[in-house]
Design a protein around this ligand. Sequence first.
Ligand code: NAP
Ligand code: ZN
Ligand code: ZN
Length: 348
Amino acid sequence: MKSHGYAAHDKKSPLVPFNFDRREPGPNDVVVEIAYCGICHSDIHQVRDEWGQSIYPMVPGHEIVGHVTAVGSSVTKFKKGDLAGVGVMVDSCRICENCKAEAQPYCVKGMVGTYNARDYKGELTFGGYSNNIVVDEKYTFTISPKLNLAAVAPLLCAGITTYSPLRHWNVGKGKKVGVVGLGGLGHMGLKFAHSFGAHVVQFTTSESKIEDAKKLGADEVVITKDPSALAKHAGSFDFILDCVSAQHNLNDYLNLLRLDGTLCSVGLPEQPLSIAPFAILANRRSLSGSMIGGMAETQEMLDYCAEHNIVSDIELTSIDKLAEAYERVLKGDVKYRFVIDMATLPVK
Ligand code: NAP
Ligand code: ZN
Ligand code: ZN
């Protein structure tokens, strides 16, 4: 199937228009005409090969929403015209213990990423900075028409990546929870933790975000440049979700955990972060990570958002302004997620 979008051809050049082929839809596939695609910081890490595993040409984008334009003969979940969403993964083996347990991101065979990956036939996958996508219905989500569609797009990565660990560690009423970094992931983590009833403390390097953080649900906001502001919270948190994209000191946050508290890092900085063993030994603390969420949990999150009227705070941008959007994300200057309006993609 003919597709077109924007691609990176190496780690330094700007993204440019790109024509490519997707597989012809099979019996279980849906074809989604993409209306909006979010810009995740992972797109920037991968375009710039900061994780050392980039494959070019790369069409990024894994926060995808749009309308179904065709369905295969065996598809039951969608019909033509329905809204649909696609996130960070488009396939997994389906038979390993993790897939069977609805933990598909941890598929033993390795999940298939929406872009910058090879499917099980060895074909390169291409993401959502494009006009359409072909995905098996099992890896495609239903979207409520109640919500603003553009603002739903970031739920497919930023949403589920924060929802899943908050659920896994039972964040809710009576728990003191920290969110580190008020970016795309952080602002969704803040919204969910608040919605689940926790006492939420937002940590930020940006004084300009204090008022926003409160509006988004923070009970307290801590400016992390001030060591005494951090020290006031020593040993008091049940759970901290670290959403920072760059180098920072994890030990500063580990020290804030109470007995048996957990710091879960979802951020993926380019370089390793160092841990002081004393920071985890004290209070028998745990340090963990978490990767997006399973298919059933992603649908549960989308349904939860529809029920509780939760979407991302977004700034719409056009496909020809990617370079500017990337620069602003890197400066922390986006409130709080860029979403590309795919109507701005030139018609082929
Ligand atoms: P983002 O929108 O750029 O947000 C990152 C935030 O981190 C910034 O807004 C800033 O918040 C803070 N920050 C940036 N540089 C910092 C520094 N040097 N020191 C301290 N804080 C800093 O990025 P995102 O899209 O939310 O993604 C965040 C990270 O999660 C990325 O590394 C991304 O690749 C990763 N990710 C992981 C998964 C997963 O499955 N685990 C999924 C998606 C993304 P303040 O201004 O508030 O300080
Ligand atoms: Zn992402
Ligand atoms: Zn599997």
